[in-house]
Design a protein around this ligand. Sequence first.
Ligand code: HEC
Length: 108
Amino acid sequence: MTFMKAVKSIAIAALALVMAAPAGAAEDSSRGIELLNSLGCKGCHRINGQGGTLGPSLDGVGKRLDEQRIRRQLLDPKSANPGSLMPSFGHLPEKDINTLVDYLGDLK
Ligand code: HEC
């Protein structure tokens, strides 16, 4: 390998590291927001000043509920409230449930 080629590949590797690190967390929260929008959660829930009022506001929900409780709400809303108007999201891929739970759990 020539010297310039080596320098170039080291630079590319360093750039890849810099880009990979913070992107993970940012990607998770933007995917979380994307899911909230596409699944219609905001039809019933207010978040960041936007959305409906049939359900409680999701601002700060991570302070009120632990992640296990949030997961249960998504998979089986009737377990906490038999008369719940919230539909179950148990049909979603587990990956999407995990993204939502992580995102909501971090709203503190
Ligand atoms: C048809 C209305 C409706 C939709 C759509 C809906 N919810 Fe709900 N949600 C509710 C209601 C009402 C409650 C209050 C508790 C109950 O009755 O189950 C609730 C409770 C919750 C809670 C517990 C909040 C707390 O502070 O106790 C979370 C978390 C939640 N919903 C997340 C979501 C997410 C995420 C989505 C979209 C994937 C969603 N909800 C879609 C109506 C809805």
